[in-house]
Each structure stands twice: as C-alpha cells, then as structure tokens.
Design a protein. Structure first.
Length: 227
C-alpha cells in the first residue's frame, strides 16, 4: 500500500496547506465553543465491546455525563466509542474528534457532535483546549503520545494542572516504574511531575477524583449551572 507521508510532503504545497490548517482550527473553535466543562477520555481503538476496558470507559463517561460534563473522545472505535456511548446514554454532550488515516478510521455512531480532522496536531489542540480533566485508559503509542503531551503542557505551564487520571494500576505500573527508576533517577523529570498524575482501578474513584478537583476549584457541570 502506498502512503502519503504528510509531514514529509510539506514542501510541495506549504502555503495552501497552511490555509487548510487554519481552516481546521477555525472549524474546531467554532463548533466546540460552549461545550465546557468537558472531560477528555483517551485510550486504545483496539479494545472490543465485551472487554473490561470498554465497559469501564462507558461507565466513567456515563457517570461524568450525569454530573453535567461533556465528554470528548478521539471519535473512533474502542475506548473512543465507549466514551461517546456512555455520554450519549447519560444525555450529555458527546463529542468525537475523528482523524483521517490511511487505513480509514470510521467515526463511531455515539457522538452527538463529530468533527473530522486531517492534521493530528489540530485535533490534539481540540482534545486539550476544552477539557478540565483527562481520563487515560489503557492504550498504545497514540495514547502514550497524548498522555505525555498533556503532562508536558502542564509541566511547562501552557495549560492549567488539571487532573490526569490513569485507569488500571496493573497496566500503567511499568510505565510509572520506568519514570521513577530511569527518567527521575537520571534527572530528566522532577518529583513534582508525579503530582500531575492520579491512578486508580474503578470508575467511581476516577469520577470522584474529577468531581473533588472541580469542587475545590468551584467548577460545576452544565446541569448544575442550569439548576
């Protein structure tokens, strides 16, 4: 299969591509204005409907939706579908930010608002910009990329230090152990960077972490705002 390697091809049409990038940013800002407060949920596209990860994601999104939070996902299958499905079940705003890929990623049918992007970095801006918390389910390279970018943005004070909740201790313990035994031990990160992370194993604890942070900072869900 022949792929178009987007970044390597930039030299062919830089100026027109910049207009398309600006257009994607404008579309995202226009369509997503007013969805706050929202929670972004990250995780693998490969999990199946009958998996524990899928069911737990759906439960978390449903509980957060019932509290009045909009739910944002990457718009595709797996964890993303479960997040949008839980939000839709709760009657909350269910946002799917899909990406065009060489091997097509179809938008899931549970997003009440769906936007498809061509550029990963524009999509990643939208996943971060409107969120007041991040739930990170088990995932692969894309999930690790999103997780570490969120942490970097907080570490460098580009966004506020919102809760970053890792679900499934067993899945994430190797990554966290490596951060401590290598990255921290070698002086590549600081002990304070671990303050940005919370880790738990059940939906109720994840939701409570978000809720308690919001109460502390006087942030309430949309339903509470209208009551």
């Amino acid at each position: 299969m022949a792929y178009e390697y987007e970044i390597n091809e930039l030299a062919k049409e830089e100026s027109w591509r910049m207009f398309r990038i600006l257009g994607e940013l404008v579309e995202g800002f226009d369509k997503l204005t007013g969805i706050e407060p929202a929670v972004s949920i990250y995780g693998s596209a490969r999990v199946t409907e009958d998996s524990e990860v899928y069911q737990k994601t759906r439960e978390i999104a449903h509980k957060l939706g019932k509290l009045g939070f909009s739910i944002i996902s990457g718009g595709g299958p797996g964890v993303m579908e479960a997040a949008n499905r839980g939000a839709q079940d709760a009657g909350a705003k269910s946002i799917g930010l899909n990406i065009t890929l060489p091997e097509e990623q179809e938008p899931n049918c549970y997003a009440t608002l769906s936007i498809t992007f061509n550029h990963f970095f524009v999509r990643k801006v939208m996943l971060v910009k409107y969120a007041i918390a991040f739930i990170v389910m088990p995932g692969g390279l894309g999930t690790l990329d999103e997780l570490t970018e969120v942490l970097t943005l907080m570490q460098t004070h580009k966004i506020k230090p919102f809760p970053v909740v890792l679900l499934d201790t067993k899945y994430w313990e190797g990554f966290l152990s490596w951060l401590r035994s290598h990255a921290l031990d070698w002086g590549m990160i600081s002990e304070e960077d671990f303050d940005l992370l919370r880790i738990c194993d059940d939906a109720d604890t994840a939701v409570d972490i978000v809720q308690q942070w919001c109460l502390k900072h006087e942030i309430v869900g949309r339903r509470a705002l209208t009551e």
